[in-house]
Ligand binder design. Structure first.
Ligand SMILES: Cc1cc2nc3c(=O)[nH]c(=O)nc-3n(C[C@H](O)[C@H](O)[C@H](O)COP(=O)(O)OP(=O)(O)OC[C@H]3O[C@@H](n4cnc5c(N)ncnc54)[C@H](O)[C@@H]3O)c2cc1C
Length: 509
């Protein structure tokens, strides 16, 4: 079988599905191949943070995910049975989702599959990526069927490996996956647990024999997640999880029925490159981390969201290929930050001896001084992760940072105004009746690919900390690309650069 496509995505996990849906929405011919013969039922991620929900909103999947999910409002840290810290998520500002959403990954994937299919996509199950050869115009890809007997080749202009931690695409490129593995084993049991612990909260119990994390799931269930020693027998995972919970948690935690279980090792690694010519790596194929703080799925969905508009621009020959290097620079920076943050948290979980006393004192101080609420939680929610570059900001609008989402006086939210944007959006935050915006936006209103949005609300400007009239260029992934006073040169210069013609030789095939 030989079929060609603009973009071939390997792996129909959450990252491949998000990328596929975003590309279809942008008119790119996509093929999505998956080695399994059906969707995976494994118990993996549960926590979704606001920024990933915003990425899902852009492809029309957030509403259903939120409807199916269960809202988690706080997290509690205890050491030796004593509670040290508690942070509430409702203090998160600049988002309509001031919470963590708990939803088993296979349900998130089911919603994404529905969206991908509704946008005209097709998932080719039972197609295992085996190898690739690149040339100037595209990529020749080898596949095999489920039993390995059937083999075929296919061609695409661009290939994205969203094929998870053991990525065959990454191996075919020979890109090193640098990092290390944690010695402990981790087990989880999702199911009907009986406990007085708040169902809309996450509970971390750190003890010398390991950690227990308990988080509410939809339909009244809980996830109980434990670490055990590297060499501990885990042939009966249900018993191991129950015993660890009973021993380490100071209140009753009893399993009432049969749970879904998982036993796994945890790693911290990042690919040394996310792009090699016409092949890119996203999601777990590019970076893996400990599940501490629920970051992997979220980071992967944002990789996809921030890649899709650029790759679509390159395919349509409207953007130079260098935007893919910019994507790699930005997302590797985020991936390395997430690996560092989750590593720190995993080490906190597994400390012993005098280090536990230092950790407990530090957590206590972080709680008392508000550092957990002000700094740690917004970062965990990925709201404050910013890309490298100039640290220019006006009020809460920072170049390389996410555009905060704030309520509009007429109802709805600021991000709703961007959702329909085909490409970049020039947002003008003006005083009611001011002539400034017309002068500043006049030339852009008719330019294809630039959407101009005018927000004349004192409340919105106050919520964004803007004193004067300000214009901002917002990229399709919700990131502020440039900010200036209305009529300022910087915004105009950014748009002129962005819209400048692409040299023919670099525009694609
Ligand atoms: C126990 C656990 C708890 C977690 N909790 C959280 C959490 O709460 N929040 C969070 O954000 N993250 C969490 N994560 C991480 C999250 O599960 C991953 O980051 C996420 O699955 C990555 O998605 P992906 O699409 O990149 O890869 P995957 O989900 O691994 O999907 C890759 C797909 O590629 C397919 N594939 C592989 N090889 C090939 C091939 N050769 N050819 C064709 N197809 C192929 C696979 O079959 C699979 O369908 C958790 C992980 C674990 C294990």
């Amino acid at each position: 079988m030989i079929r060609s496509s603009d973009v071939l995505i390997v792996g129909a996990g959450p990252v491949g599905l998000t990328l596929g849906a975003e590309l279809l929405r942008r008119g790119v011919a996509v093929r999505l191949v998956e080695k399994a013969d059906r969707p995976h039922p494994h118990a993996k991620a549960i926590i979704m943070w606001p920024r990933a929900l915003e990425a899902l909103a852009r492809i029309g999947a957030a509403e259903e995910v939120v409807a199916r999910g269960h809202v988690i409002r706080a997290q509690n840290y205890s050491s030796g049975g004593r509670r040290l810290a508690r942070t509430r998520f409702d203090g998160l500002t600049g988002t309509r989702h001031p919470y963590a959403l708990s939803l088993p990954q296979e349900q998130t994937e089911a919603v994404l599959r529905e969206r991908f299919l509704a946008l005209g996509g097709e998932i080719e199950f039972g197609a295992r990526f085996g190898g690739l050869r690149q040339d100037g115009g595209g990529v020749q890809v080898e596949f095999s069927g489920m039993d390995g007997a059937e083999r075929w080749e296919s061609r695409c202009r661009w290939l994205v490996g969203c094929d998870g931690a053991h990525s065959a695409v990454r191996r075919a490129l020979g890109v090193p996956f640098t990092g290390a593995s944690y010695p402990q084993q981790f087990l989880l049991a999702d199911g009907p647990w009986e406990t007085p612990l708040g169902h809309d909260e996450a509970h971390y119990y750190m003890t010398p024999s390991g950690v227990v994390v308990i988080v509410g799931l939809p339909a009244g269930q809980y996830r109980v997640f434990v670490s055990v020693a590297p060499d501990a027998p885990v042939d009966d995972p249900v018993r191991t999880v129950q015993e660890a919970a009973s021993e380490r948690v100071p209140v009753p935690v009893h399993l009432l029925g049969s749970p879904r279980t998982g036993v796994f090792r945890v790693h911290r690694r990042a690919a040394e490159r996310f792009r090699e010519g016409r092949v890119l790596l996203a999601g777990d194929a590019a970076h893996i981390h400990s599940p501490a703080g629920g970051q992997g799925l979220n980071t992967g969905i944002e990789d996809a969201s921030s890649l899709a508009w650029r790759l679509a621009g390159v395919v349509h020959e409207a953007r130079p290929e260098s935007v893919l290097d910019e994507w790699e620079r930005e997302r590797r920076h985020v991936a390395l930050s997430v690996v560092r943050d989750t590593d720190r948290q995993t080490r906190l979980w597994t400390m012993r001896g005098w280090r536990c006393r230092v950790r407990d004192a530090a957590l206590h101080v972080a709680q008392a001084t508000g550092v957990l609420d002000r700094t740690v939680v917004p970062r965990q929610a990925q709201l404050t992760l910013a890309y490298p570059g100039p640290r220019r900001r006006i009020g809460r609008l920072a170049v390389g940072g996410r555009l905060p989402d704030v309520p509009l006086p007429q109802g709805g939210w600021l991000h709703d105004l961007l959702r329909a944007a085909p490409d970049v959006c020039l947002v003008l935050f003006a005083r009611p009746g001011s002539p400034g915006p017309d002068l500043a936006a006049g030339r852009w209103r008719t330019v294809p690919g630039v959407d101009v949005v005018q927000v004349e609300s004192e409340a919105v400007r106050a919520a964004l900390g803007l004193r004067g009239e300000v214009s901002a260029v917002v990229r399709p992934d919700g990131v502020v690309a440039e900010v200036d006073e209305i009529g300022g040169r910087r915004v105009t210069a950014w748009l002129e650069r962005y819209l400048s013609p692409v040299p023919a030789a670099r525009g694609g095939e």
